[in-house]
Design a protein around this ligand. Structure first.
Ligand SMILES: CC(C)(COP(=O)(O)OP(=O)(O)OC[C@H]1O[C@@H](n2cnc3c(N)ncnc32)[C@H](O)[C@@H]1OP(=O)(O)O)[C@@H](O)C(=O)NCCC(=O)NCCS
Length: 183
């Protein structure tokens, strides 16, 4: 099973809402909040989804062929719903990028999708001219902390009582590499 990344569209809202509820529990954003991320100001918001791209057994072969005739990559066709297995949410203001979500569906974890999503948001932050990326992660979230550490995020602060359950958040920061000079 391989996974491709594409920018989220409005059509992704139902699946993102389901993943959000399941992964974030009491701290989940409502569908309205998620919709605001998807429909919000494109200059400051960016949502990327991870979608299964191994379609050998997909009965909708004809639709994918149509997509190819359109000159579009079928792996990134939003009509092929039901295959979204993760997403990440980025907001950028000035030189700072805030990573608000990185979520991978249970059953798809541990195979590098989370890392792909983190690398994608950092790359987008670089494209937008950001120099640093910040995020909050629950102190108890061992998996996410391992992911962010592997991606180069380091501890800068601790926020007591940040989450609904009273748990502390760690504030992590990574340098965003400069965009390569074009031409
Ligand atoms: C955190 C999360 C996104 C990780 O996604 P994933 O696809 O399983 O992560 P990856 O497979 O890309 O792993 C990336 C790195 O993190 C490590 N890692 C991931 N989950 C881990 C775990 N539970 N325990 C230890 N290490 C873990 C991997 O070993 C890997 O390290 P490496 O690059 O040194 O080998 C996923 O567990 C998740 O969706 N959790 C629920 C939502 C959440 O808490 N998101 C973060 C806050 S928004």
């Amino acid at each position: 099973m391989s996974v491709g990344l594409r920018v989220a569209t409005r059509d992704d809202l139902p699946v993102l809402a389901t993943l959000e509820r399941s992964a974030m529990a009491a701290d989940a954003w409502s569908p309205t909040s998620l919709a605001a991320e998807l429909h919000g100001v494109p200059a400051t918001r960016w949502v990327v989804v991870a979608q299964q791209s191994d379609q050998r057994e997909d009965p909708r072969e004809d639709r994918r062929e149509d997509a190819r005739e359109d000159g579009r990559d079928a792996r990134f066709d939003a009509r092929l719903d039901g295959r979204v297995v993760g997403y990440a949410v980025l907001r950028t203001v000035g030189d700072t990028a805030d990573v608000h979500r990185v979520v991978v569906a249970e059953g798809f974890r541990g195979s590098g999708i989370g890392r792909q999503l983190v690398d994608a948001v950092v790359a987008e932050a670089a494209r937008r001219g950001c120099t640093q990326a910040l995020l909050e992660v629950a102190e108890t979230n061992v998996g996410a902390r391992a992911l962010y550490a592997a991606a180069g995020f380091a501890l800068v602060a601790r926020r007591e009582g940040y989450y609904r359950d009273g748990g502390a958040a760690l504030v992590l920061r990574a340098e965003v590499p400069r965009r390569p000079v074009q031409g």
